[in-house]
Ligand binder design. Structure first.
Ligand code: ZN
Ligand code: ZN
Length: 170
């Protein structure tokens, strides 16, 4: 995941392809809410634009999680794209304004691992749902409604109407 960009010094504007396989442990993309199972495949290209080194590409991974609605273990194939610029040195505030987000590095080596990690973690939805149509669990008996209806009456009655219903039954 480390690139020696001095190779690109005499190849201005000429993209070079790359491809590698990593995993969640290696890039420290471990969270409690979900995990990435097996290989994380990364491919793309990088180019010396003269102003910066730009890395673009795609990440393919398998997310493993427990569905928030039905509580079933689920796997989801995901693809994420990235487009990152790297500059040598430190970030300088331009006229007090925060410049465009750029990654900074020293020397000749760029490590893509933190970028892959950030893209994977920030590209996740707030909820872990197995399927947009997931019907979740029955609030009465706890059955997984994706496997069919359990037959419970889940009609929610307004508490005021319920009180009225009690009066009528007397
Ligand atoms: Zn679900
Ligand atoms: Zn039920």
């Amino acid at each position: 995941m480390k690139f020696n960009v001095s190779d690109l010094d005499d190849r201005l504007g000429e993209p070079a392809a790359f491809e590698f396989v990593t995993n969640a442990q290696e890039i420290d993309a471990l969270t409690e809410a979900y995990s990435f199972k097996g290989d994380i495949a990364v491919k793309g290209e990088y180019v010396n634009t003269g102003r910066c080194y730009r890395f673009t590409g795609q990440i393919e991974c398998t997310k493993s999680f427990v569905c928030d609605r039905c509580l079933e273990p689920s796997l989801q194939q995901q693809e994420h794209s990235f487009n990152e610029e790297f500059q040598r040195g430190k970030e300088l505030a331009v006229n007090g304004e925060k410049a465009k987000i750029v990654n900074y590095f020293d020397g000749d080596v760029i490590d893509l691992a933190p970028v892959i990690r950030d893209v994977l973690l920030s590209d996740q939805p707030l909820n872990n749902i197995c399927n947009a149509d997931c019907r979740g669990l029955c609030l009465k008996c706890g059955a997984n409604l994706n496997h069919g209806d359990c037959g419970c009456d889940r009609t929610v009655i307004d508490p005021r109407l319920a009180a009225l219903q009690q009066l009528l039954l007397k």
